[in-house]
Design a protein around this ligand. Structure first.
Ligand SMILES: *[C@@H]1O[C@H](CO)[C@@H](O)[C@H](O)[C@H]1NC(C)=O
Ligand SMILES: *[C@@H]1O[C@H](CO)[C@@H](O)[C@H](O)[C@H]1NC(C)=O
Ligand SMILES: *[C@@H]1O[C@H](CO)[C@@H](O)[C@H](O)[C@H]1NC(C)=O
Ligand SMILES: *[C@@H]1O[C@H](CO)[C@@H](O)[C@H](O)[C@H]1NC(C)=O
Length: 222
């Protein structure tokens, strides 16, 4: 059984970094997605870059793209500067890893340090996998729980998300003798329940995911 964790979701090549002049003089801004980072094809997402540094311009860059980043003038309100980048209608080509930067007045080409990377994922393009729990969806406190995500589609990677948590777990899918592709996520000893979903994706398009599995409610007794 292979439990290799895939290290990055939307790995690409950041071609521009070396070409940009003088980066990192100012603190990194923050980058948020509204309504969230998991979207359906055709939806529009607002990527909001903000900082308590009074940036005059904000820049948004998608990893692996050699075009110039988009630039917006920052709006200043209540001691923060921010800009809303509207991305959409979403297509697989727009999914990927985004970062934003700021620049201060009089130094428009001197960019701040990059924000933390934000993965924008399109879901719903392939068939949903199925999600099950071992030993079952209702367990005793302290009992080891494993969630298995499985499909007849030859997904390379499965993503497991827990409702209310920002980051999902990823595992490589393993082919089984019955021709399904499966990943077993060990959750460890059960402490509190939750609602889980899983998604499948292919290596070539790491930010394009299947439909969500049916939600699985794991409850802990005792
Ligand atoms: C940016 O987008 C967010 C979320 O949609 C919205 O709440 C906010 O008012 C927008 N801000 C600006 C400056 O347009
Ligand atoms: C994904 O789910 C939607 C809604 O349930 C459904 O209409 C669509 O056909 C599904 N897509 C695939 C590829 O299974
Ligand atoms: C849970 O799994 C871990 C790792 O596989 C193991 O070390 C531990 O003994 C198990 N605990 C129980 C209560 O089965
Ligand atoms: C396929 O085999 C795996 C591993 O033996 C098992 O966990 C899974 O339930 C099987 N799936 C189907 C649809 O038979």
């Amino acid at each position: 059984m292979s439990l290799t964790v895939v290290s990055m979701a939307c790995v690409g090549f950041f071609l521009l970094q070396g070409a940009w002049p003088l980066m990192g003089n100012h603190r990194k801004p923050s980058l948020l997605a509204h309504p969230g980072p998991l979207l359906k094809s055709g939806e529009t997402v607002i990527l909001q870059c903000w900082s308590d540094v009074m940036f005059e311009h904000f820049f948004l860059h998608r990893e692996g793209i050699s075009e110039d980043p988009s630039r917006l003038v920052g709006q200043i309100h209540d001691g923060v500067s921010k800009a809303n980048f509207s991305i959409g209608p979403l297509m697989p080509v727009l999914a990927g890893t985004y970062r934003c930067y700021g620049s201060v007045p009089h130094s428009p080409y001197q960019l701040s340090a990059p924000s933390d990377p934000l993965d924008i994922v399109i879901t719903g393009l392939y068939e949903k996998p199925s999600l099950s729990a071992q030993p079952g969806p209702t367990v005793q406190a302290g009992e080891n729980v494993t969630l298995s995500c499985s499909s007849w589609s030859s997904y390379d990677i499965y993503h497991l998300s827990r409702e209310g948590e920002a980051h999902e777990r990823r595992l490589r899918a393993v082919p089984k003798v019955n021709r399904t592709f499966q990943a077993d996520f060990p959750l460890g000893p059960a402490t509190h329940g939750g609602t889980y979903r899983c998604f499948g994706s292919f290596r070539a398009l790491p930010c394009v995911w299947s439909n969500s599995s049916d939600p699985l409610l794991v409850s802990v007794t005792g």
